[in-house]
Design a protein around this ligand. Structure first.
Ligand code: APR
Length: 264
């Protein structure tokens, strides 16, 4: 409602450390499905697919999961929600973006101060010799590989093998059971403790340790705004919850802040 947006915008204007925390719901309006509300897209749950065990025990499922997402990743654009956040950062109204997303869309929208907690799907690397490649290297060269998957005929192939040493390639994302990149994790914790306004956008907040960050912020005295289409386990600790779409709401909030802040 307008009153709620009004209240949020004026609180945002008085905050000195605004930290934004995003999940897959930030990118669904760019055409990238999220993990837990995308019905039936994946034959396995992300928790069981995004693992080294899956790469070994069900390589066809594992590689298709990533190949499909890599293919989409390179064909989508940042949405107006990403652009609104970049604008707010340029106007000094967002100090840091913590993202669980591996799609690089915040960077492409113009955000600068970003912590990528779960790595990136823009590159892949060899398990053996660590050579890095643009992630399109992992895409099958043949036509129609996506349709093969639907009818159970998909098999991963030589595209999953390092050109230098023949080792298997892996996406440069954090798989379940792996540690988060230390620098990103430290930076994200520091900003969460410093925040006086912590804004969660498009995350189910079910994956740890990322979901500790909003709690760290609230425990340190920050106000919590959650913009998410479904309930989250932290809604009871939020000052405001908006059950709205990120790409619809963020431009509205950005406009209100711009107007109220005399266009600062
Ligand atoms: N606007 C607002 N909320 C949205 C939108 C939207 N346009 N689209 C989806 N959502 C909400 C969904 O309702 C859901 O609650 O975004 C949330 C996305 O939750 P998940 O799919 O669980 O994604 P995320 O929270 O980012 O998952 C965390 O899990 O699989 C791992 O490493 C992966 O980073 C990912 C992590």
């Amino acid at each position: 409602s307008d009153r709620l947006i009004e209240e949020i915008a004026s609180s945002w204007l008085t905050a000195s450390n605004v930290v934004v925390f995003t999940g897959a719901g930030m990118s669904t309006e760019s055409g990238l499905p999220d993990f837990r509300s995308a019905q039936g897209l994946w034959k396995q749950r992300p928790e069981s697919l995004a693992t080294m065990a899956a790469m070994r025990q069900m390589p066809d499922e594992f590689y298709f999961f990533y190949q499909w997402r890599i293919q989409r990743l390179w064909s989508v654009e940042p949405n107006v929600g990403h652009l609104a956040l970049a604008e707010l950062e340029a106007a000094g109204r967002v100090q840091h973006v913590i993202t669980q997303n591996v799609d690089g869309l915040h960077h492409r929208a113009g955000s600068v101060h970003i912590s990528e907690l779960h790595g990136t799907l823009k590159t892949v690397s060899c398990l053996n010799c660590r050579t890095h490649y643009d992630s399109r290297q992992l895409l099958p060269q043949r036509e129609g590989w996506e349709a093969e998957y639907q009818n159970g005929g998909y098999r991963h192939g030589s595209e999953c093998v390092c050109l230098q040493c023949g080792g298997f390639l892996r996406p440069d994302v954090v798989l379940f059971g792996e540690a988060l990149p230390e620098d990103a994790w430290q930076m994200a914790q520091a900003w969460s403790r410093k925040a006086d306004l912590f804004v969660v956008i498009g995350s189910s907040l079910v994956v740890s340790p990322a979901n500790y960050l909003p709690q760290i912020a609230v425990d340190a005295g920050a106000k919590l705004l959650i913009i998410n289409q479904e309930n989250t386990p932290l809604d009871h600790r939020a000052t405001w919850t908006l059950r709205t779409k990120a790409a619809e709401t963020l431009p509205v909030i950005a406009r209100r802040i711009k107007k109220a802040g005399n266009g600062v």
